[in-house]
Design a protein around this ligand. Structure first.
Ligand code: ATP
Ligand code: MG
Length: 267
């Protein structure tokens, strides 16, 4: 077996090569020892390639195993290119790769060559951090479920609300101020708060990716990272806002495994 392992700030992602499709699995980065023991139990004798900021820490727990290493940005690019090539859509050659993990990292890709052009501390970790502080919820799935029933208009100010009846210069349903309504309205539920947090993160990361694309004269943006996993509100906002700005967004199924797939392919 060939196994690619992307040990990120929040999650350890595994891509395990089989005769057909790779098999995927996740562990918490808080518990690299469980991941190491699981690998030693189930995949004794396999080949391992590690990537991500937690690779060194995980390697220390992998006692009886030989492993190689690949830089995180190379692994993400190789994985993204592989997933794009397996998808149904025409494959872009030049695009912005936006990795929305614990934090966000932006890369410009031209002809399979990537350069990092920026990033932001706003990412999936921000979702979880604000969820913990505001709602006392530290479980990703529980937070996402709650966000699905929330209404952002009880918390955010839209452009239409700001222009109150007058003709706004930009579409009225755009957000004028995330959380800007909180001072005047006390009518918001925990679900509304969860939805507004997703809105804040989704609009921030997509705006950064869109500005990066405009700077590089590109129209394709490939979004990856576990922040999109089973997170329909995040996907919807990033997708629709990117399209509204004239971009062609790709939010790849299995995009959370790009790093792990890239590491697996390097073996
Ligand atoms: P980085 O690349 O920044 O070092 P990472 O690789 O660990 O971090 P990802 O796995 O891409 O980051 O994304 C982590 C984010 O995905 C979390 O912050 C959270 O918002 C979301 N997430 C999705 N599924 C889960 C899960 N099962 N447990 C915790 N967070 C999850
Ligand atoms: Mg990562």
């Amino acid at each position: 077996f060939k196994i690619g392992i992307d040990a990120g700030g929040t999650l350890i992602k595994l891509a395990i090569q089989t005769a057909s499709q790779p098999v995927f699995r996740i562990f918490s980065s808080n518990d690299p020892i469980s991941c190491a023991r699981w690998l030693e139990t189930h995949y004794d004798g396999a080949e391992f390639c590690l990537t991500g900021g937690g690779a060194q820490k995980l390697a220390e727990s992998l006692e009886s195993v030989d492993w190689t290493h690949i830089p995180e940005f190379d692994a993400s690019l190789q994985g993204a290119e592989w997933l794009l090539s397996k998808g149904d859509n025409p494959v872009p050659t030049n695009y912005i790769l936006a990795n929305v993990g614990t934090g966000t990292s932006l890369h410009v890709v031209r002809n399979k060559d990537a350069a990092r052009i920026g990033g932001s501390g706003v990412g999936g970790g921000t979702l979880m951090g604000l969820s913990g502080i505001m709602l006392g919820i530290n479980d990703f799935e529980q937070f996402i479920q709650l966000s699905a029933t929330g209404r952002r208009d009880n918390i955010d100010v839209t452009v239409a609300q700001l222009y109150a009846g007058a003709e706004p210069p930009i579409p009225g349903d755009l957000t004028a101020s995330n959380f800007g309504r909180v001072q005047e309205s006390l009518k918001y539920s925990p679900a509304d708060q969860a939805a507004a947090v997703v809105g804040l993160v989704a609009e921030t990361v997509s705006t950064l990716a869109i500005l990066a694309a405009q700077k590089e004269s590109l129209q394709d943006i490939v979004y990856i990272g576990s922040t999109f996993v089973a997170n329909p509100l995040m996907v919807k906002i990033v997708d629709s806002y990117s399209q509204f700005c004239g971009m062609h967004p790709y939010i790849l199924p299995h995009g959370s495994y790009c790093g792990a797939i890239g590491a697996m392919l390097s073996l």
